[in-house]
Design a protein around this ligand. Structure first.
Ligand SMILES: CC1=C(CCC(=O)O)c2cc3nc(cc4[nH]c(cc5[nH]c(cc1n2)c(C)c5CCC(=O)O)c(CCC(=O)O)c4C)C(CCC(=O)O)=C3C
Ligand SMILES: [Fe+2]
Length: 341
């Protein structure tokens, strides 16, 4: 099939101190995140001058794709901050784009990691009458290029330590109710956490490591609602109590060193390790790795050249849908959240 462009669809992040609050309001609109949590997260962003690295990282990754000789024009649009996806899609229409592939910067299924990007596409198409047809690329958590980029990241991180270490994978926590609703109902739920566990297993297997943990980070929401646990920092405490003297943390749930990585891991988790006298090293995310660019090129080629989908797990290659449709009926349905008074 022929396509006129690639739309790089991401989360977005603030570009200065004044952007932080309105950005956060966009992220949590209608989601029952307590204001105290928002104040805390605002402080994390302000710690870095109100600038998230995420937009710059996305532009770099897009340049890496162009550097492979990739021929389609690449457009950039976000869910929560400028360039907003609806503005980008309006520009695509103005440029005469009729059909485009969409690369979402998340490897996984689940509401926040997959279905919400479909909602972003729907929102953009609603704002742009007669906009281009938008075909979202599939989930890639088990793609060999994704797995081997992380495996190399772990190797390099481990080399920076002087002693033995425990390998700890981490991904963004979500409410347990959202994870339970992840995937089509007939799959039995928990698609997000099961894919995170599977990607971790594949990375560990490539490294020949049999003992490792999968934990969660960046919990949000009101404290009475259960989220995926344990938290990375609590887990570091538990490892220390068991006599572990070093950790390599692999952020398997993310594709770039955005704020959840540079704050929650490189600041909070690292500081806790320092307090405990535990050696800490963090594995690189794939973003600037040439394999990540190759991965994007290959996902596109699955559509444009009929290249077979390379994948290392038994999960179906879900996530590829047209014009914001869900992957399957009732797949990753948004769970009703407590509404703030
Ligand atoms: C699964 C998942 C991914 C991975 C998939 C993907 O990458 O898409 C992800 C990525 C990201 N999350 C990010 C930032 C935030 N996430 C928040 C809040 C939330 N995330 C959630 C889940 C996820 N989030 C959930 C269930 C919430 C609760 C509110 C809601 O139900 O939506 C909040 C609100 C404040 C708070 O933390 O409470 C912020 C600021 C950034 C940008 C970082 C930067 O600026 O560099 C990125 C890439
Ligand atoms: Fe998030």
């Amino acid at each position: 099939m022929s396509f006129d462009a690639l739309l790089w669809l991401s989360f977005g992040g603030p570009e200065g101190p004044e952007d932080v609050r309105p950005f956060l309001e966009n992220v949590v609109r209608g989601r029952g995140v307590p204001p105290e949590r928002l104040d805390e997260v605002e402080a994390h962003y302000q710690h870095f001058g109100g600038v998230s690295p995420i937009n710059r990282l996305n532009l770099e990754a897009m340049d890496a794709v162009r550097a492979t000789g990739f021929e389609l024009p690449i457009y950039f649009g976000n869910r929560n901050w400028h360039p907003m996806v609806e503005d980008t899609v309006a520009q695509m229409k103005a440029d005469g784009v009729r059909r485009a592939l969409v690369f979402p910067t998340s490897a996984y299924g689940g509401y926040s990691a997959c279905r919400q990007y479909d909602e972003d596409i729907l929102r953009a198409l609603a704002a742009v009458p007669d906009g281009p047809e938008l075909v979202k690329l599939r989930q890639f958590f088990d793609h060999p290029l994704f797995i081997s980029a992380f495996a190399d990241g772990v190797r390099a991180a481990a080399e920076s330590l002087s002693g033995s270490y425990r390998l700890v994978f981490t991904a963004h926590s979500v409410p347990v109710s959202a994870d339970k609703a992840a995937g089509p109902p007939e799959e039995g739920g928990y698609r997000y956490s099961r894919q995170v566990v599977e990607a971790s297993r594949l990375v560990a297997a490539e490294l020949g490591i049999t003992e490792y943990d999968v934990v969660w980070q960046s919990r949000s929401g009101p404290p009475q609602i259960p989220w995926l646990e344990p938290d990375i920092v609590d887990h570091i405490d538990a490892l220390h109590a068991k006599g572990v003297t070093g950790v390599v943390v692999c952020p398997i749930g993310f594709v770039s060193d955005h704020l959840e990585v540079v704050w929650d891991l490189d600041t909070e988790a690292r500081d806790r390790c320092a307090e405990l006298g535990v050696e800490f090293a963090r594995a690189a995310t794939p973003n600037s790795d040439p394999r990540f660019a190759e991965l994007v090129v290959e996902l596109v080629a699955e559509h444009t050249e009929g290249v077979p989908a390379r994948k290392l797990s038994e999960f179906v290659a879900a996530g590829c849908t047209v014009n914001g449709a869900p992957c399957a009926p009732l797949c990753c349905e948004p769970v009703k959240r407590p509404v703030r008074a």
